[in-house]
Design a protein around this ligand. Structure first.
Ligand SMILES: Cc1ncc(COP(=O)(O)O)c(C=O)c1O
Length: 324
């Protein structure tokens, strides 16, 4: 029913990713069964959710004859790092135009974590202090055979990567006899949650989706979710989805995007000591704070979509050392 075969696509990951039981986490929470969808464990470039989007985005770029990919993000962007790795694998030049917009300082944040991997994957990294410098750097690197990807790889085409993931995940749940569940998915630039939301609606799935925002206000995130899901639906020639089964919260962001919170550190410890699973401080950690609150209130299984971000953890090494 959902046919993605018309879209050019490159192979970057090995699918399906595991869907793991997390019984010790469920016991600790006093919740229904918990499953963790391990989109963090894909091999290329240390893995993560962007690989699914990039399969479509780079498929199209190559079809358009691109020899260079340009994209944007914060210094510790996981999207940038996975784009750099994918470009290395595909023999494309990669220009990462990064903006210092998170109030974190020091070698770990400014030079290690994702950034050291960006360099290792051969990307050209341009660090910019503000929007003006970012625009100037972009101007310098852009050319005829360059394709520009949006922040987080989030547009209608990138969203299709998570429509495919929704099909995969619902299939795995069906195989286990689970026809109703709540999927919790971190929401940043939006295409991951939008793809899961659209895919589950198109499948007529009876579960719900909860997307804790890690950066935008609930109102902005809702608008973005509908725009991205609508754009992806248009590519699939289906009507814009209603998304009545989706809820968004923004109250686990704390002081701001990328700024650690006490709740985030404590949920990283919980996932670590119950399941040996590492969350990251920026995305999965803050989403898991909302997950921890929600799971015990549910009467259906709950799926935590682990979107990756492990290298970003090392960008926060001094803060993590102080915690653990
Ligand atoms: C580890 C991780 N999780 C979640 C997200 C959020 O995904 P999206 O930008 O599609 O909302 C990102 C995006 O950068 C990420 O790197």
């Amino acid at each position: 029913m959902i046919d993605l075969s018309a879209f050019p696509r490159v192979a970057l990951g090995s699918w399906p990713t595991p869907l793991d039981d997390a019984p010790r986490l469920a016991t600790a929470l006093g919740s229904p069964p918990v499953l963790i969808k391990r989109d963090d464990v894909n091999g290329l470039g240390a893995g993560g959710n962007k690989l699914r989007k990039l399969e479509f985005l780079l498929g199209q770029a190559i079809e358009q004859g691109a020899d260079t990919i340009i994209t944007f993000g914060a210094l510790q962007t996981n999207h940038g790092r996975q784009t750099a790795a994918a470009c290395a694998k595909l023999g494309l030049r990669c220009e990462l135009v990064l903006t210092a917009k998170v109030p974190m300082k020091g070698d770990a944040y400014e030079r290690s974590g994702n950034i050291v991997l960006d360099h290792m994957f051969g990307a050209n990294v341009h660090i910019c202090a503000d929007a003006e410098e970012t625009a100037q750097a972009y101007e310098r690197v852009n050319h005829d055979k360059a394709v520009t990807l949006p922040v987080g790889g989030s547009n209608g085409l990138g969203t299709l990567g998570y429509v495919a993931a929704a099909v995969e995940l619902v299939g795995q749940l069906n195989d286990r006899g689970i026809d109703n569940a709540c999927i919790v998915v971190p929401l940043g630039s939006g295409a991951t949650a939008a793809g899961i939301a659209l895919g589950t609606e198109l499948l007529g799935w009876s579960g719900t989706v909860h997307a804790p925002s890690v950066s935008h206000s609930k109102a902005d995130a809702e608008q973005e979710l509908h725009t991205l899901a609508g754009d992806a639906a248009a590519l699939l020639n289906v009507p814009a989805p209603k998304l009545a089964h989706v809820t968004i919260t923004d109250d686990t962001i704390g002081p701001g995007y990328g700024v650690p919170t006490e709740d985030m550190w404590s949920v990283l410890k919980l996932f670590g000591e119950t399941e040996g699973v590492v969350l990251d401080p920026v995305y999965t950690g803050k989403a898991a704070v909302a997950f921890r609150r929600l799971a015990p209130t549910l009467d259906v299984p709950v799926v935590f979509l682990h979107t990756g971000g492990l290298p970003g953890f090392y960008g926060y090494a001094p803060e993590a050392v102080a915690q653990f």
